[in-house]
Design a binder for this molecule. Structure first.
Ligand code: F6P
Length: 472
């Protein structure tokens, strides 16, 4: 029987080396959970990078065995691969380009070469496991060349691709010297998915203008094949957030945190360290709020959680320094002996503590300058069993297309963000409830499990349409 293979740059685990042994912690992330029903069943499997550089053959053999038990298979990356493929082409070329940060784009042919080689490495690892009629679902921008490589090796396979980050307009795409190879690479898939309609339109327009392939109603006509392109906004494991927020454990943490911060209002921000998240802009807006509203001094604090990420990439290092400086400044200017404006944490938190932060914060301030979807805002909404709290959301996040009852802001509009925070802090309870209830309804209905189902159903549909056309 044909099986399904999930492929992503990172495997859904974290790998640690402790006392001479490897420890694997399965990821509790939404995508891993949503795809759990697929890769954990039957002969199915998830293939990807375990996240470290392991050169020793014995250690590699140990990892292969351990991962096998978890229904995963590793693709090992060398130190050079990490520098040139992961930090280099993926995160210094594609990431800034796809998030519209053209000033950070590196055009390095050596990195491009490594990107091709590592995509080939993934392809070879898949071919060791795949049969001709299998379904292979490739995830994200690190593997744009992979669908076409797979198509050449397995012409009858069912291949899908989903992009978790934005897809830029043609004008940005054409800046990348290797644009045509990248687009042809993705077009090896039968189904190509994005979070939003806009991303999908940008992709179709770039394909039409750069590769010459035409499309109609979301179907690209390739030689002997059709390729469906559509938007599939990703949801979260809604029930898990509801349950955790209600749990005794989280409620006790809330009490404990409240004892520490007192009854002041809390504004929560949680992001991976990334320039696309608009963290400095957000601190500036909060600064302006404190400057203009002296009555709020001592009454409101920002809880700012920044999760370390890609810390070897220059633009990320610089961003970290900028944030340190801005937080230092605002706290130096406004702190008193019993009040700190910004509580800044540069680390990750366990799930139950995140749930407590979500449950107790009066505002979640989610203001990326550009974001494929953004799940933090969805997690905040799901965690509000009391239907209290206010979501301030950037219109540049994919989630803003679904969460229309948030306070939508332009993250570059410092004055607008400041005003939204002020409105949020003074919003009456019944209005909070009305907005929360309507957003909860949307997220509950279209959760991560539904997302996986809708995507897989569509893939089956496209494949049968393709088979009909071929048999005519
Ligand atoms: O969602 C975008 C994404 O780049 C994923 O592909 C990735 O797993 C995640 O963010 C975290 O980034 P990284 O793997 O670079 O730590």
């Amino acid at each position: 029987m044909a099986k399904t293979i999930i492929v992503s740059n990172r495997l859904p685990i974290s790998l640690r080396h402790r006392n001479g042994k490897f420890e694997f912690k399965p990821s509790a992330g939404g995508l891993a959970t949503g795809l759990g029903s697929i890769y954990k069943s039957g002969e199915n499997i998830w293939i990807g990078w375990p996240g470290n550089t392991i050169e020793d053959p014995e250690q590699r053999a140990e990892i292969i065995l351990e991962l096998h038990e978890l229904k995963m298979a590793p693709v090992f990356l060398s130190k050079e691969d990490v520098t040139k493929f992961y930090e280099g082409f993926s995160n210094e070329t594609l990431w800034p380009a796809f998030h519209y940060f053209t000033q950070y784009i590196e055009y390095n042919p050596d990195h491009w070469e490594s990107y091709r080689e590592v995509n080939r490495k993934f392809c070879d690892a898949i071919l060791k496991k795949a049969d001709p009629d299998d379904t292979i679902w490739v995830h994200d921008y690190q593997l744009l060349l992979l669908p076409q490589m797979l198509r050449e090796a397995l012409p009858n396979a069912t291949i899908a691709f989903f992009q978790h980050i934005p897809f830029p307009s043609y004008e940005i795409m054409r800046m990348i010297p290797w644009r045509q190879q990248l687009l042809e690479g993705v077009c090896g898939a039968d189904l190509i998915g994005f979070h939003t309609y806009d991303d999908m339109r940008h992709f179709l327009s770039a394909v039409g203008r750069i590769t010459g392939l035409s499309s109609e109603s979301g179907y690209i006509q390739a030689e002997n094949r059709i390729i469906n392109v559509d938007s599939f906004p990703m949801g979260i494991d809604y029930g898990k957030f509801v349950k955790q927020a209600k749990s005794k454990k989280t409620q006790n943490i809330v009490k404990n945190f409240r004892n520490q911060v007192g009854d002041q209002k809390l504004i929560l921000t949680i992001d991976r360290l990334d320039y696309s998240k608009g963290i400095p802009q957000r601190i500036h807006a909060f600064h302006d709020l404190l400057k203009d509203h002296k009555e709020l001094h001592g009454k409101v604090s920002m809880i700012m959680i920044v999760v370390p990420s890609r810390d070897k990439v220059k633009s990320y290092k610089e961003l970290r320094e900028e944030i340190d400086l801005l937080v230092g400044r605002i706290n130096a200017e406004y702190s008193t002996l019993n009040w700190v404006p910004v509580h800044y944490f540069y680390r990750s938190f366990p799930f139950e503590e995140l749930s407590a932060f979500y449950s107790m914060s009066d505002i979640a301030l989610v203001t990326p300058l550009r974001d494929g979807m953004n799940l933090v805002c969805k997690e905040y909404v799901a965690s509000r069993g009391d239907q209290g709290g206010v979501l301030i959301l950037s219109e540049m996040a994919g989630a803003s297309k679904e969460l229309r009852d948030a306070f939508l802001v332009n993250p570059n509009d410092r004055e607008g963000v400041k005003t939204a925070i002020h409105q949020g802090l003074t919003l009456d309870e019944s209005e909070q409830k009305t907005r929360m209830a309507s957003m909860q309804e949307v997220l509950q209905r279209y959760d991560i499990f539904q997302w996986v189902k809708v995507f897989m159903d569509r893939l089956e549909h496209v494949k049968s349409k393709q088979n009909e056309l071929t048999s005519k």
